[in-house]
Design a protein around this ligand. Structure first.
Ligand SMILES: [Zn+2]
Length: 341
């Protein structure tokens, strides 16, 4: 995998920011889906190969070039890579964010985590939720697993008891449109675990138009459902969400550093999609001056266009970038910014 920790910001990125995005993106941003990375959290080198460390300084360095002058806050998610030493990762995160304003954390959990360890870590007021991931599914099937197969019931009971957040990247081929996922979310939010607040990652894992179109009418009737925008670059899921859901349930998220700060996008191909790094694409651009921009800028452009189509107000847009998440995650307005600005 290409390393995206080193900042690669090109003239074409700057042009898009200055001419199209700087007026759209508000002064305050709470990025509700972003990750740290430290190779030393792995007992043996991680399977995906070399990648540079990314701590708070890297996130803030990126933020400085991506969104100049903005005050940044973050909901940092545990790094869900198989082979990571969870306890070590939790401790590294804790040390990195200790006392830094404007930062909250969803702790990495795998089915083998003990609830007493999770409970102890969540006493830290900066730790507000859980980050499970499908690659840790007890079934070994990372593409077709159900929620309880990678977030066991005893962890959901704990999250319900303490009213924790769960950042949920839905598995199964149809993501949020999958009947089992919809039935499980209905049962959990309305009956079994009413205390859990679900933050459905990647527009409820709708990188293309189809899943959220199928699911939005059921999801919008459920309590405690929220969405982060991370990594979604197709405009259509945003149009569906912004016109059919309550915009207050939508939080900006980038999925930086590795999954969003590269030149390319998430290509929607019918009902499927694929991560696409244009630097690896061997493209020829016979008809134009080929200058792909950062995936996170593709995401911002799509969100801007959808906001226009949905006729969102300035206040709605401020809400998506900061206020909705700050209020929901319990970050007081005067707490300060993680980048010190
Ligand atoms: Zn992520």
């Amino acid at each position: 995998m290409r390393d995206h920790t080193t900042i690669d910001y090109r003239d074409c990125d700057r042009q898009v920011w200055e001419e199209e995005l700087s007026e759209f993106v508000p002064d305050r941003i709470l990025d509700a889906h972003i990750h740290f990375y430290w190779a030393s959290d792995f007992p043996v080198p991680p399977p995906q190969g070399t990648r540079n460390d990314a701590g708070l300084a890297t996130l803030n360095d990126w933020a400085r070039v991506l969104y100049p002058g903005r005050r940044m806050q973050y909901l940092i998610l545990g790094m869900p890579v198989v082979g990571i030493d969870v306890a070590r990762h939790v401790e590294t995160v804790r040390r990195e964010i200790d006392g830094v304003p404007g930062i909250r954390h969803n702790r990495l959990v795998t089915p083998s985590c003990r609830t007493e360890d999770i409970e102890r870590d969540l006493r830290n007021p900066q730790f507000i939720g859980l980050k499970p991931y499908r690659t840790f599914s007890v079934t070994g099937d990372i593409a077709q697993c159900r929620i309880h197969e990678f977030l066991p019931h005893e962890q959901m009971e704990l999250a319900d008891h303490y009213g924790l957040w769960v950042t949920m990247h839905l598995s199964r081929f149809h993501g949020c449109a999958d009947e089992w996922n919809l039935d499980d979310l209905t049962e959990y939010t309305t009956k079994r675990y009413p205390g859990i607040k679900w933050l459905l990652a990647h527009c409820a894992r709708s990188f293309t138009y189809w899943p959220i179109r199928q699911a939005v009418e059921r999801l919008r009737d459920l309590p405690n459902i929220y969405y982060d925008t991370s990594a979604v670059t197709d405009v259509r899921p945003y149009i569906t969400l912004l016109t059919k859901e309550d915009p207050k349930r939508i939080f900006w998220g980038s999925d930086g550093v590795g999954a969003a700060f590269f030149h390319g996008h998430y290509a929607a191909l019918g009902r499927s999609w694929q991560h696409y790094d244009a630097d690896d694409g061997d493209l020829k651009f016979p008809h134009c001056d080929g200058r792909p921009v950062l995936s996170v800028y593709e995401q911002l452009l799509s969100l801007r266009d959808a906001a226009e189509i949905a006729q969102l107000s300035e206040s709605d847009i401020e809400g998506i970038f900061w206020r909705n998440a700050a209020a929901a995650l319990g970050v007081p307005e005067d707490e300060g910014a993680a980048n010190g600005s």
